[in-house]
Design a binder for this molecule. Structure first.
Ligand SMILES: [Zn+2]
Length: 203
């Protein structure tokens, strides 16, 4: 994985980043108690209208229906002043109570979108179980699908566009895997594999 603090490659199992020394315990010390996140949408910034909230919930349900092993959560929140958005996303991903003890490591197929409406930034983090199928480039492409809506203030539509884009990509991966097992064809989806699991961009 890529270290959420210094963005360098580091080992998945390392407690400390081998590049910058970052650790989750150090982040915990800095951040204190994590908020208790809702399993689907946590709008701390109060940005979504009722209609938008429904739209986002439906988008999540659509993705989870297509891929029953995937779970998706959305957090809308300003980034605390002492950390960056990727670090905040990492913190929420690991400490927000979104995954159970059974969903560790490769069983973690959570997709977490964290949107900071004030800073106009969006971050996406995925669990280890999805990393082989979704490269950082793919994650960025899905977030870019949200840009037009986000830039015009349509946050709900932007989030849904991102999730739908990711769903389409996962469907393509599933299709290639299917083909690979059916015909002995080489699986092409991993050719651009990057070992990253988070991406962020500004809108
Ligand atoms: Zn680091």
């Amino acid at each position: 994985m890529r270290c959420p603090a210094c963005q360098q490659e580091t080992f998945e199992t390392a407690d400390l980043c081998s590049q910058c020394g970052f650790s989750l315990p150090a982040l915990e010390k800095l951040m204190g108690f994590a908020p208790n996140l809702k399993p689907d949408v946590t709008d701390m910034a109060g940005e979504l209208s009722k209609k938008e909230l429904n739209m986002v919930r439906k988008g999540i349900a659509r993705l989870e229906h297509r891929f029953p092993q995937v779970r998706c959560a959305v957090v809308i929140s300003s980034t605390p002043p002492n950390i960056t958005l990727p670090l905040h996303a990492f913190w929420l991903f690991n400490k927000g109570g979104l995954t159970s003890a059974l969903e560790r490591g490769g069983a973690n197929r959570l997709v977490l979108l964290v949107l900071d409406p004030e800073a106009e930034k969006l971050a996406c983090m995925i669990g280890y179980g999805l990393e082989p199928f979704v490269s950082e480039g793919r994650l960025l492409a899905s977030m870019q699908a949200a840009l037009a809506s986000l830039a015009s203030g349509e946050i709900g539509a932007g989030i849904v566009a991102c999730m739908d884009h990711l769903g389409t990509h996962l469907a393509e991966v599933a299709e290639s895997l299917h083909k690979a097992f059916d015909t002995g064809e080489e699986y092409q989806g991993l050719e651009n594999l990057e070992t990253n699991n988070a991406a962020a961009l500004a809108f």
